[in-house]
Design a protein around this ligand. Structure first.
Ligand SMILES: [Zn+2]
Length: 401
């Protein structure tokens, strides 16, 4: 199904279940049955009972399929070249992940032409769209020179407005032993060159990895980014207990991502800052690194704001599938199907400080996912089956690239 050219209107009928995420009912999903939706100029113009639907230029009958907000993938690393499948295979036979393989992607990414990188990002964005994602955040972090980080973000910005500067992904191989000089580069000339293409800045705050950044280093990176006008995000508490969550809360970051190892004090901090800082869980990483999953049930019961995202990247989770993430969240992290769908739409929109996406509302963009199934329950129930697809031309995920 495709929506009409700008200027036309389409009425979508035969919606078996409409997930609006309006905050009402089970998990805030705002489920409606027998509903129709009118789309005009790429925006939702009307939602109501199918029998009362107004006329439009075109009618589309979904024959009982469910419709949900398009998924919001608020954490991805799509700008890279190179193949690390052998590293995955080695890990599956017992090798531990410590962030070191990122250097392999850095070398391949630096060697790739602009056109090659653009083509790779386009393929990955289309792959996401084919699985129901309508907004994607894309980080840099495999360039790690001024020029390569700026070009990564420039290319990312051709596909989404949600771009994130991640010069502090790891200390690149050529700068080992010169951490202070590399940090000066990241917080100085690299930030300056990247800021025009970036909405956010992120840091791999992970004292448990020799390749990533300590608390003080991370604070310096984030403070400089904030000074440059960027919003803040943090990779934290992935490989072990650490300062990432507390730092994110202290600085008012929009999101702290991974949250695999949390102390009670970390959870308390996240509860206290639930209005500003979202805990973004990335269970595809635990799956792909054979690590213990975060306890989402405990976080939800405590009152933490939760988002779900893929972390699509060549090292620790080369999956672009939000339905896969939803299935893992339900099967492995104790979330209900409704909570997982909420966290993959409205929850991850909140992690991007967006309230126009991740829901189906009059006046909002027609960023919809259609499911070849009667309800959202099937996203987790039919794990691995490609039942979801995005249907609209939207910000974040162009249909052709
Ligand atoms: Zn990541």
């Amino acid at each position: 199904m495709s929506l009409p050219d700008p200027g036309g209107t389409v009425v979508i009928t035969g919606i078996g279940e409409l997930v609006t995420c309006d905050g009402s009912g089970d998990a805030g999903l705002g489920l409606r049955t027998g509903a129709a939706v009118v789309v005009e100029d790429g925006r939702i113009a009307w939602i109501g009972d199918s029998a009362a639907a107004p006329d439009a230029d075109r009618r589309v009958d979904l024959e009982g399929r469910a419709v949900s907000p398009g998924f919001v993938d608020s954490h991805s690393h799509l700008v890279f070249d190179g193949d690390r499948s052998a590293e995955f295979a080695a890990r599956m036979t017992g090798e531990r992940y410590d962030g070191g393989g990122i250097g392999v992607s850095v070398a391949a990414t630096r060697a790739a032409s602009d056109d090659r990188l653009r083509e790779l990002v386009g393929q990955r964005v289309r792959e996401m769209r084919d699985q129901g994602t309508t907004t994607v955040e894309i980080k840099s972090g495999y360039g790690l020179t001024v020029e390569d980080e700026a070009r990564s973000l420039s290319i990312a910005s051709e596909f989404t407005t949600e771009t994130t500067f991640l010069g502090a992904h790891v200390v690149p191989p050529e700068a080992r032993g010169e951490r202070a000089a590399y940090l000066d580069l990241v917080t100085g000339p690299m930030l300056e060159a990247c800021a025009p293409y970036a909405k956010w800045a992120d840091v791999f705050c992970e004292p448990n990895s020799p390749h990533a950044f300590t608390e003080d280093e991370s604070r310096a990176v984030l403070a400089a980014a904030r000074e440059a006008g960027l919003g803040l995000r943090v990779h934290g508490n992935q490989l072990g207990h650490g300062p990432g969550v507390q730092l994110a809360v202290e600085l008012g970051a929009a999101s702290v991502d991974h949250c695999t190892y949390l102390s009670d004090a970390d959870i308390d901090a996240l509860v206290g800052s639930a209005a500003t800082t979202v805990a973004t869980l990335l269970p595809g990483v635990e799956f792909s690194t054979r690590s213990p999953y975060p306890d989402a049930r405990k976080l939800l019961d405590a009152g933490v704001s939760i988002a779900l995202a893929t972390d699509c990247n060549p090292g620790t989770c080369y999956s672009s599938s939000m339905p896969f993430v939803i299935a893992l969240a339900v099967r492995e992290m104790g979330m209900t199907p409704g909570e997982a769908v909420w966290a993959a739409t409205a929850g991850s929109a909140k992690a991007l400080r967006r309230n126009d996406i991740g829901r189906v509302a009059v006046g909002g963009p027609a960023d919809l996912a259609v499911l070849d199934a009667p309800s959202h329950l099937h996203l987790a129930y039919r794990a691995g089956v490609p039942i979801a697809r995005a249907v609209s031309e939207t910000r974040g995920v162009p249909s052709s690239s």
